[in-house]
Design a protein around this ligand. Structure first.
Ligand code: ADP
Ligand code: MG
Length: 713
């Protein structure tokens, strides 16, 4: 490492002198650092805790804390924070310095085992959905040692030691996204292992759910962003006439990356690599000014922490480059929005990916079991999966022919679907010209095409060769919720299979029966066609698949008796926790639309209407001066006048509807009012404002246009 310090923090480096492997993970208290810095016995005890989930003995915790503190101080840190993920979907941190006063008026730097393991933030301002009343506001944070501590650096060079933690109420109820995620990981791990053991696996001892979250985002010139109240308060444009060019030339997707963006991406990679986040792929996305980053997959827990850091870092680094990163699902009308592809699988400690079809009959059998489990799980709980992707932002995407519809289905690819159907029915399958009835566990399956990835981009849940890609997730969302659902529904289906296999006399025959059951009872969830087509919506309805088009309705799936039973059975989320989440998420929806409405009102009254009035005045004066040549002015005056009048009426209506919605106390009714009254009033108003923009002089238009925002990077 070079000691060239560029920011004065003693912790920076000269990138040109450091190789990527040297740089990677420098800000993480990772395995390598632990090994170097912890006494052997402490290291072993900590590793045991990490792999088995046992609790960390206090004496071990203090040794770890001390080593962590020394490491962080050497890297320039003076503070630490328990870093957690409240139900806002973002992250939270409260910084405490290591200082501890001494008798002689000085200080020493201290960090105890207790401070490492547990914190007590005043939790009263985080959403709890009634789980925690204000007078007993204290929640507590508890170290999740399965996700390593790391350092966050800010622009000034300030460094903070961040300890990933779960956040609970004193009664132990989850107030965050991490707690249920950890619970769900452990239940799916347990049931998957049980299935493996019942199939005779003697080598694996741990199963982990793994995730790689591809993150889409937009960049916008900061100068323009600051002139758009809607971008600043809502993260999306509430107004904007279309630019003459959109994405129709298909010249952005995978196009050459512009220097300014490329230098942003390089900086982003460096920041992510330092934090041990394996940013791997970067490219231009479909819409103008839209991009994507994909990391290498890791355990679901780390992937979730990392994705939160990715979103934060993307925003932070953009500012350095004079840009702003927009993570909203739909920053601009008329071009694609952003999503997050949540690639999910299960793998073992001895390196088996349980969704890899493999080559041998045994591997094939294992694959078929796990595929059967997912077919059943997704069909049974499609409503829950849909609910986990509900947000006011994602409502703009789902079903808008740029993202999967709101209907959950599974894409397996034609070849795999055919094989599964034939196997289930005991029909002959052809391999290299020869056709025979294959016996599961005895014969090997025909070779499946390795790369299904590009075959179907329209499916919400696509099998892509050795993992499932959940494509419904919104770009601004935490991936915790979707993965809590995936893990838990998989656990339930796997448990049922484990019970059958454990009792079975002939395991392979039982697998055949399991597959048959999955295909006959749940095969309706498989759809390999175009999910964007109108025919699919009709077909899905015939098949009885839910199609819940908006967040407020979709969220109800969290409090259905089925969900309460499922999450309760596995202690992932109790009935109270589910109800609290439901309340919080509906409230969040309402709050977001409320902010949008207030923003739309303000921009209309303070920017657009005054600009239009000015134009009317100018036109009037010009008309008077024009004599017989006033026909253009007259026409314009007519049109501007019409939209101005309409905008005045519509903004008044929006104000009335917003006031009414604000006054509703029932959460569900309020959510519905924002959806059915406020949102449409806002959209209606937009029509006139955008029409005004299209005919008014550029010099009078008070905000940067779509052309500025989309094509000026
Ligand atoms: P795509 O064509 O969708 O970009 P990739 O092969 O590049 O396909 O994978 C996309 C994401 O899937 C990456 O983040 C990758 O690390 C992740 N991924 C690959 N294998 C797995 C797995 N077994 N479990 C979870 N995620 C995985
Ligand atoms: Mg992908």
């Amino acid at each position: 490492m070079s000691d060239n310090c560029t920011c004065g923090c003693g912790n920076d480096y000269d990138q040109t002198l450091m190789t990527v492997p040297e740089l990677f993970g420098t800000n993480v208290f990772n395995n390598k650092t632990m090994k170097e810095r912890l006494p052997k016995e402490t290291y072993k005890a900590l590793q045991k805790t990490i792999t088995t989930g046992s609790s960390l003995p206090p004496d071990v915790a203090s040794v770890v804390a001390n080593a962590m503190k020394d490491w962080a101080i050497e890297k320039g840190a003076s503070h630490y924070t328990h870093w957690f993920q409240p139900l806002t979907g973002t992250t939270a941190e409260k910084h405490d310095s290591f200082i501890s006063p001494t008798d002689d008026g000085g200080v020493i730097m201290e960090f105890s085992g207790k401070q490492l393991i547990q914190g007590e933030p005043d939790a009263s301002s985080f959403p709890s959905g009634g789980l925690r009343v204000t007078f007993e506001a204290r929640g507590y944070t508890a170290w999740d040692c399965t996700s390593p501590a790391f350092l966050k650096e800010d622009e000034s060079g300030d460094v903070t030691l961040c300890i990933p933690t779960a956040f609970c109420s004193y009664k132990g109820e989850a107030l965050d996204k991490k707690t249920p995620l950890l619970r769900s990981m452990s239940v799916v791990a347990k049931q998957a292992l049980r299935v493996l053991k019942a199939m005779g696996n003697t080598t694996s001892s741990i199963v982990s759910s793994t995730v790689g979250a591809e993150q889409e985002y937009f960049l916008v010139e900061k100068e323009y962003y600051l002139q758009r109240l809607d971008l600043m308060t809502c993260g999306r444009s509430l107004f904007g006439a279309p630019a003459p060019k959109g994405q129709e030339l298909e010249d952005q997707y995978f196009g050459a990356i512009k220097d300014r963006v490329s230098s942003y991406m390089k900086d982003l990679d460096i920041e992510l690599w330092k934090m041990g986040i394996s940013s791997k792929t970067k490219h231009n996305e479909v819409a103008p000014a839209q991009f994507e980053m994909a990391p290498v997959f890791t355990t679901t827990n780390m992937a979730t922490d990392h994705n939160q850091l990715v979103m934060e870092t993307m925003q932070k680094v953009a500012l350095r480059h004079g840009m702003v990163c927009l993570l909203h699902e739909k920053p601009y009308a008329g071009v694609n929005g952003s999503g997050k592809h949540n690639n999910w699988s299960l793998s073992t400690d001895d390196g088996i990916n349980l969704l890899d079809p493999g080559q041998t009959p045994e591997d094939n059998a294992q694959f078929l079991v796990f595929i059967s489990a997912l077919i059943k799980a997704v069909d049974t709980h499609a409503d829950i999966m849909r609910a986990t992707c509900g947000s006011s932002g994602n409502d703009h995407r789902l079903g808008a022919n740029e993202a999967p519809p709101a209907i959950i289905s599974i894409f397996l690819g034609q070849e795999l679907s055919d094989v599964l159907e034939k196997l289930a029915k005991g029909e002959k399958i052809c391999k290299k010209g020869a056709c025979q009835t294959l016996k599961i566990g005895v014969d090997s399956l025909p070779e499946l095409p390795k790369d299904n990835t590009d075959r179907n981009r329209t499916s919400p849940f696509a099998f892509t060769g050795n993992k499932f890609e959940f494509r419904m997730v919104g770009s601004a969302q935490s991936i915790a919720g979707p993965n809590v659902a995936l893990n838990t529904i998989a656990a339930e289906a796997l448990e049922e299979i484990a019970v059958r296999l454990e009792k079975a006399k002939d395991v392979n025959k039982e697998i055949q029966a399991i597959l048959k059951d999955a295909m006959t009872k749940h095969g309706r969830i498989i759809f390999n066609g175009n999910n964007y087509s109108a025919e699919w919506a009709k077909e899905a309805e015939k098949r009885g698949l839910p199609n819940t088009r908006n967040t407020v309705d979709a969220l109800k799936a969290f409090i259905s008796p089925k969900a309460i039973k499922l999450f309760g059975k596995y202690n992932v989320l109790s009935k109270d926790e589910l109800h609290s989440r439901y309340d919080i998420y509906v409230e969040q929806y309402a709050k977001h639309i409320n902010i949008e409405a207030l923003t739309a009102i303000q921009m209309t009254k303070r920017q657009f209407i005054p600009a239009a009035i000015q134009f009317v005045a100018e036109l009037g004066a010009s008309l008077a001066a024009a004599g017989k040549y006033g026909s253009v002015q007259k026409g314009l005056l007519e049109e501007v006048g019409k939209h101005l009048e309409a905008a005045g009426k519509k903004v008044a209506k929006l104000e009335v509807e917003t006031k009414k919605a604000q006054g509703i106390s029932d959460v569900a009714k309020q959510g519905a009012a924002y959806r059915d009254k406020v949102f449409p009033a806002m959209t209606d108003l937009r029509g006139d404002i955008d029409a005004l923009e299209a005919i008014m002089p550029d010099t009078l238009w008070p905000v940067p246009t779509y052309s500025d925002l989309l094509f000026n990077l």
